[in-house]
Design a protein around this ligand. Sequence first.
Ligand code: HEC
Length: 238
Amino acid sequence: MSRVTLFLAALASLSVVSAARADGDLRRGAQVYRACVACHALEPGLHLSGPSLDGFMGRVAGTAEGFVRYSSGLKDADFSWNAAALDGWLKDPAGMIPGTYMTFRGIDDPLARADLVAFLEIAGQPGGGRKVVDEGLVPAGWVRAGAPEPIGEPSPKMHVTAIRHCGDSYFITTGEGRETPYWEKNIRLKIDSAETGPPVGVPVILGAGMGGDRFSVIFRSLADLQQFVTESCEARRT
Ligand code: HEC
């Protein structure tokens, strides 16, 4: 890259930042964005309860690739996200798109909304998550937000090899060969079909806090869940 192109590139990125600053304060906007982190990641393609916000600015509403849970209102919307549309959405999501699945009451304070819009004009560009982290606006952890840590290769203790249900209980055998009884209400059966989930055919059991007697069993797919969970009162011989 020549000096001139470097200079022009620097100028261009500067003007993006200062244009946004004219209307709202980025740093304050990043703090307002805290309210969104529970449901939205900034990593491309990483959908949580809400769609990834990577690259949504300027895009037609309801079209994040791979997100299949849009409400019909947002799916059928025919506008693109810009500062004005975003301001209306953040003020009153259900007022703008009746029946929206975004259970967020909205932000009354117009200044807080302007700050958040200024922040999203940068964070919502393709690759914007990395940019706002590099600029020190948000902690790196906000990019993946509430996405679970990848499970990876489980230890024998975590690896569930059999799971049977009997009465009000699950009897769970792990890779160590031991069968342990659990009250059915303390066990959550979950599916994580994303790359953060366990390997195919290898369900795992994880402690879920709450006094140490609650656990989640996580399957990679519905097929794994159907295959592993059986109704049987016959103790496994180990
Ligand atoms: C409780 C979870 C939740 C919270 C909190 C939340 N969102 Fe959402 N968001 C969603 C869901 C779910 C959708 C999809 C809504 C639909 O289809 O009706 C969505 C959709 C969106 C969209 C439209 C994306 C597209 O592809 O068209 C934007 C933009 C958005 N949210 C921004 C935000 C911002 C900014 C915040 C913080 C102020 C926020 N959301 C807080 C769950 C949430």
